[in-house]
Structure formats: structure tokens, C-alpha cells
Write a protein that binds this ligand. Structure first.
Ligand SMILES: Nc1ncnc2c1ncn2[C@@H]1O[C@H](COP(=O)(O)OP(=O)(O)OP(=O)(O)O)[C@@H](O)[C@H]1O
Length: 227
């Protein structure tokens, strides 16, 4: 039997409607601690909306979003203990690599020395220590993606959320970045939800731990299990 303490994210009958459009319909799923869940499906099937409901950027029309056992359905993003990497990275253009990574830490009541130490740890993790003073415009796409990942992980969130993070990269770099991301996720052992429309990407990232959510995101229509 599943131990509920192991469930980090639980979507319970979650729907989202925009007027006549139903983006997500009564979706229920659990993500356990340390699990990497790929949401895989064609454009428009509701993957991004699902991820945004977990992050708190979109409020469900129905259902509940439970994170670490607490009902977060009506809570704002900053209270949810999630870190998100967006398709376009959403880095602050006027801030250096180190400043971007430090951004979320400013709101924590950590001593300055601890914050600086954490930024250094993150720079090392994503191998960007030598580029810590560069602005995003002076970085390659892959490097920007790594800054976004480091920023999302810096606050030690319970859940890492990734929305097609490689979509702006060329094919060769995409493959390399997938491997890097998989290594980083393994190293920090973080619970992760990854959105993609690319089956190869989903398979490569989740390996033997693929839980496959394909087609329209609806309860009863998604298959779940390990491939
Ligand atoms: N703010 C919005 N207002 C109205 N309709 C929306 C809004 N956001 C999403 N939708 C609709 O909801 C459906 C699901 O969108 P969503 O972005 O979640 O899909 P997706 O699977 O992530 O697609 P993609 O892979 O293209 O990003 C689509 O039909 C979309 O047009």
C-alpha cells in the first residue's frame, strides 16, 4: 500500500475551464517523493495548465492541489515550495548569473553568508562559476537554461517544475541538456514534474521511472505505471 507521506504532489479532481474551453478535466494524480513525472501529450492538451496549477499561477475551476500534505489550492506561488523553469527561462535581463540565482533567496531570512554560500553551490552544480558575472544576453541558450535551473533549485523547493525547458535550444544542445538535467535531478534527488510534447525526451529523462500521461489530461484516460 502506498504511504501517503511519500506523496509530495497530489492533484485531486482538478479541472480548468476558460469560458467554453476545458483545458484540464477532472485530473487526479500523485507524485511521490523523489519521483520524476513526465506529462507528455500533444500541443493544447493541457500540460502547461496542469503545471501552472501546481505552481499556483493558474487557479483550478474545481478540485484540490495538495503539496506535502497541505491544501495549496488557493495559496499564492511563493507559499507552495515549488521551483519552476519556464520555456523562455524568464531570467532578469539586468541581473548577472549570480544575481539571478540569488533572487529568490533574498526573501528568505537566511544570513547573508548562507545565501552567498548557496549561490556558490548552485553555480558549481550547473558548472557556471566562471560565468557568474555575465548578464543573460552574454550567455548561450544552454547556459541561460542552466541559470534558470539553478535559480529554481536554490531555495531547496520540495518540487521542481519544468515546462518544456529545452524548446528554445537546437537539437544537438537539447540532447546534451537533457543528460545534464537528468544528472542534476539525480544529484539533488528532487521530486520533479516535467512537461514535454517530445516522446523521446520523456523516455530519455524518466528512464525506467516513466509515468506516462498521454492525450487529453483527464482522469480515467491517462495511463499510469512504470514502463
Ligand atoms: N489563458 C487562457 N485563456 C483561454 N484558453 C486558454 C488559456 N490558457 C490555455 N488555454 C487553452 O487551454 C488548452 C490547454 O492549453 P495548455 O497551454 O495547457 O496546453 P499544452 O498542452 O501545454 O500545449 P503546448 O504544448 O502547446 O504548450 C488549449 O486549448 C489552450 O488554447
Amino acid at each position: 500500500m502506498k504511504n501517503n507521506k511519500d506523496v509530495v504532489v497530489s492533484l485531486q479532481g482538478v479541472s480548468k475551464r476558460y469560458g467554453d474551453v476545458t483545458a484540464v478535466e477532472t485530473l487526479s494524480l500523485d507524485v511521490r517523493r523523489g519521483e520524476l513525472l513526465c506529462l507528455l501529450g500533444p500541443s493544447g492538451c493541457g500540460k502547461t495548465t496542469t503545471l501552472r496549477m501546481v505552481a499556483g499561477f493558474v487557479e483550478p475551476s474545481e478540485g484540490a492541489v495538495v503539496i506535502d500534505g497541505r491544501d495549496m489550492t488557493r495559496e499564492p506561488p511563493y507559499r507552495r515550495d515549488t521551483g519552476m523553469v519556464f520555456q523562455n527561462y524568464a531570467l532578469f535581463p539586468h541581473m548577472t548569473t549570480a544575481q539571478n540565482i540569488a533572487f529568490g533567496l533574498e526573501n528568505l531570512k537566511w544570513p547573508k553568508a548562507d545565501r552567498e554560500k548557496r549561490v556558490q553551490e548552485m553555480l558549481t552544480l550547473v558548472e557556471l562559476a566562471h560565468l557568474s558575472d555575465r548578464l543573460p544576453a552574454q550567455l548561450s541558450g544552454g547556459q541561460q537554461q542552466r541559470v534558470a535551473l539553478a535559480r529554481a533549485l536554490a531555495m531547496r523547493p520540495a518540487v521542481l517544475l519544468l515546462d518544456e525547458p529545452f524548446s528554445n535550444l537546437d537539437a544537438q544542445l537539447r540532447v546534451r541538456m537533457r543528460e545534464e538535467l537528468r544528472d542534476v535531478i539525480r544529484k539533488v534527488e528532487i521530486t520533479t514534474i516535467f512537461v514535454t510534447h517530445d516522446q523521446e525526451e520523456a523516455l530519455m529523462l524518466s528512464g525506467s521511472h516513466l509515468r506516462h500521461e498521454q492525450g487529453k489530461a483527464r482522469a480515467g484516460r491517462h495511463t499510469s505505471g512504470h514502463l
